[in-house]
Write a protein that binds this ligand. Sequence first.
Ligand code: DMJ
Length: 596
Amino acid sequence: MAPRGVARRRASVKRAVRALALILLALFLVAFARTATHGGANARDGDASATVSVVVRSSRRAAPDARADERRATETPTIANVDATRDEIVAADDAGVAAGMDDHRPSSPLKPPAPTWARVRADSRRRRAVREAMREVFGAYLKYARGHDELAPMSETGRDDFGGVGATLVDALDTLHIMGLSREFNEALSSLKGTDGEKFRDLIHGVSDRDVSVFETNIRIIGGLLSTYDLTGDADVLELAESMASRLSAAFDTASGVPRSFVNVKTGRAFGLPWTNGNSILADFGSMHLEWATLSARTGNALYEEHTNHVFDTISDNAHASGAPRGLFPHMFHPDTGRFAGGVVSFGALGDSFYEYLIKCWRSLGGLRRAERWREMFDDAIAGMKSHMLHEWKRGENMEVYAYVSPIGGAPKMEHLACFTPGMLVLGANEAPTVELADEYLEMAKNIARTCVEMYTSQPTGLSPDHASFPSGGNVTLVDAKNIQRPETVESLFYLYRKTGDDVYRDQAWTIFQAMKRAYRTPSGGWQGVRDVSVDPPKGDDKMQSFFLAETLKYLYLTFCEDSVMHLDEWVFNTEAHPFKMTRDVTTLGARSSSH
Ligand code: DMJ
């Protein structure tokens, strides 16, 4: 028997061990709870350093689905909810600041994650400024151009470049909703549903005898309606989207199944652009699947997805015969011969969104047919771009290294349109086949984005030209001096910020927003583009683009939100920045491609 003192010591050692065990258990439970609260992103983060394989990828893709479904079941997305979320975010911001919270801290002390997306807090002041801009420009649109496609801010009247169907109304809907501008959102929606929207509904229901661009109608009208449906659950809006798609379906009635560029919504007569010799354009017919597969999933009608899935199969099966370097495609395709017909190979006009949709469809459509082919085609496209289209630019006297993308065979210059490339590369870096490739994509994204930002900051107006060249040892040189409020650079800054959490991207976005505000604003409250970015003060173009409300202001706003707002593992943005809930439950897959 041990003496009393020894027994007491043993007992107190036991107590200490038990206490220590309890502390460790508590720490573990806290860590576990935080991981669970932060959801699929962190679950996936844990294996981010592993060699990525198909198996890893599919488990990565499964996680957000469960989270999204859970939310769908508990939450009816209404404008009130968005307001509540915003208030909660602001309150949480304040609490976080008070507690000295570090945004970028690892979520678990036991296993620091390599995050898919950075965890970032809102910058309430800047976010509010962008929201106010949206309120102002949409107010001016309603006042002077309600029901028209776009506002002419200086003339204080409407413009109808899309057939007078109220393009801005539809393009702006989801931005208003996301920003919690409930009064404006409700007014826009009731405008569309009420007498102001008669022309719009006549177009959608094929009553008016009107030719429309299949691409523009798809990305703006169908995209805008679908995202509004995903945000609100409003069944009338989904019905309008479906009706519009059934009008456009006539364009797919070709020997190859690849649609022509224009269609008459009443007669179904389809035709190509006159300058293309009857060819269809890659960026047009190659960027429809995201909308049409989503529409099929929401309506249960497989027809839409079948059309665009077949288009993908046709493009993919023609890859070797396209005449372009591996992974890349010329922009002309003849819908009757079913063959590529030459043209430019570009990440700018005529090619851009085709490449964007390879990665977006792969990331966001569960049950995608030939899913691996979409990913392979994306990685091949980037490899092709790197070998044939990516150029180094040594800038200024210090010969600092930048990068830019230009079409194959063309002069060494870049359109602002191609500035979406960094954002696309960020998406490609997530869940890339190897860690090395992920790093390479991110590096490329940063270098191209530097050039895009330089296109703004090098000009006296602080605005980018639409097209620029980059002489070695020199500065940005104007090729097309106008600026038409395009979104691509701020879009890429948004993705880079969400990926890295590096404040440099937020600051760049803020600088660009301030330059826009200074140069675009007019006395009517509408904001217009400028004719020459090198002239300060600039002359305006008297046009407020509908994509300025759909994309530019939306990406700016989201850059200043915290990462949980439109989280990039839950939402995918179409090429007009209309967000769709990621679709994990596509069951209506194309019968025509079932052999693959
Ligand atoms: C937008 O309409 C879309 O982003 C499209 O894909 C090409 N670019 C314009 C805005 O610049």
